[in-house]
Design a binder for this molecule. Structure first.
Ligand code: TRP
Length: 377
């Protein structure tokens, strides 16, 4: 845990995150040009999130690249904690994961942690079950390959997960959990066990298939503490440490601190929002780096580096040169805050329109079952 003016762990993200500090305290490596170049040799191009340093750090990616060069295969693992509607902050990791799946043509194991959300949130199991279903629709609609994607739901696939989680749990002490997550004696006992469940997919495919493939985990950096624990113990169980690739947290709508959250639905863009709602939320709440008056803005220019509309556009405008022009025009005062917001609104609405149509078709044609791992338990 990093103590400062900010907090960053799986259960709390607040304040202005100092990513340099995190990298040194967590012991991560930066995705520097050398490693990005090596990756590019294999993928042909770099995803915009890599070019823009949204994915910016890693653990052992060099080792994965060595092994890929030897002709070895790997699998992807990421997840979703189903406690509410999916918002734009969740999907950056998953869009990037989809790109990795396409580029490397690999299997993806996608964990839905209904147990975690039941234990940590003040919600009934019924509510969490409903969010699990709703969230699975959104994840599936992002376009993963159903033949190569396996959704696992902790409570549903418990028969497969639990024996492995036990082996993990036996290697973790309560003091490690307290130090990693800031828990106290008043945390419920389920929450103390939970990280064992999140470790299991790191090696589960190898258990099921009898292979020895490396695991690559794309994640939001707040999830790293779980896998620091995993990396310490899976070798004791006869598996290799997972490779991790980390993204920064997408800024909330009201300013570049903390992370986006759906607990206040006005402050996050949900994947189910319609065009009017998106327009209204961004116009009303998106933190602006513009000047107070039109005159000042034209004269002194705006500050794109703290402007949420600009920061978000990095996730939705694929073309680097278009983005660069917007940056420069905003900084020089040529582009106004309202104009920048409307560029963003149109981009998000285009994205959501397609997404919502795919989601509708998946639900209507009952296609989720193609994604859910067939339980043999
Ligand atoms: N704990 C994560 C959440 O609350 C969900 C999750 C499970 C996850 N397994 C993961 C996230 C692996 C990233 C990678 O959202």
């Amino acid at each position: 845990m990093v103590k400062d003016n900010f907090e960053l762990n799986p259960y709390e993200v607040s304040g202005k995150i100092d990513y340099d500090k995190i990298v040194s305290e967590f012991g991560l490596k930066i995705l520097n040009n050398d490693i990005l170049q090596r990756l590019k040799e294999k993928t042909g191009e770099l995803h915009p999130f890599l070019r823009r340093k949204i994915f910016f750090a890693h653990r052992d990616l060099d080792k994965l690249l060595d092994r890929i060069e030897k002709g070895e295969r790997f699998f992807l693992y990421t997840g979703c904690g189903p406690s509410g509607p999916i918002h734009l902050g969740h999907i950056a990791t998953w869009r990037f994961t989809k790109w990795l799946q396409e580029k490397f043509d690999v299997e993806l194991w996608f964990q839905f942690t209904d147990d975690e959300k039941f234990l940590f949130k003040d919600k009934s199991f019924e509510e969490i079950k409903n969010w699990t279903y709703q969230n699975m629709l959104d994840v599936a609609a992002l376009g993963f390959d159903p033949k190569k994607t396996h959704f696992i739901i902790d409570s549903v696939h418990a028969g497969i997960l639990y024996p492995e989680a036990l082996k993990v749990a036996k290697k973790i002490t309560f003091s490690t959990i307290k130090a990693s997550f800031g828990f106290t004696n008043s945390n419920n006992i389920g929450s103390i066990f939970y990280t064992a469940m999140q470790t299991v997919p790191v090696f589960l495919p190898n258990v099921l298939n009898g292979k020895k493939e490396l695991c690559l985990i794309p994640l939001g950096i707040d999830q790293d503490p779980h896998f620091r624990i995993s990396r310490d113990i899976v070798e004791k169980l006869g598996f290799e440490k997972p490779i991790v690739i980390h993204s920064k947290m997408m800024s909330p709508i009201n300013g570049p601190e903390g992370k986006m959250s759906s607990s206040d639905p006005n402050k996050a863009i949900l994947l189910t929002d319609d065009e009017k709602t998106v327009r209204k939320k961004i116009n009303k709440y998106a933190f602006s780096g513009g000047r107070d008056t039109l005159e000042d803005h034209r004269k002194f220019g705006g500050n794109p580096d703290i402007d949420v509309s600009y920061l978000w556009l990095q996730y939705f405008e694929e073309d680097d040169s278009v983005l660069e022009n917007i940056y420069n025009d905003y900084k020089s005062g040529k582009l106004l805050s309202g104009e920048l917001k409307s560029i963003l609104i149109n981009k998000i609405n285009d994205f959501l329109k397609k997404h919502q149509e795919k989601r509708r078709l998946i639900e209507k044609n009952d296609l989720l079952k193609e994604f859910i791992f067939e339980k043999k338990c």
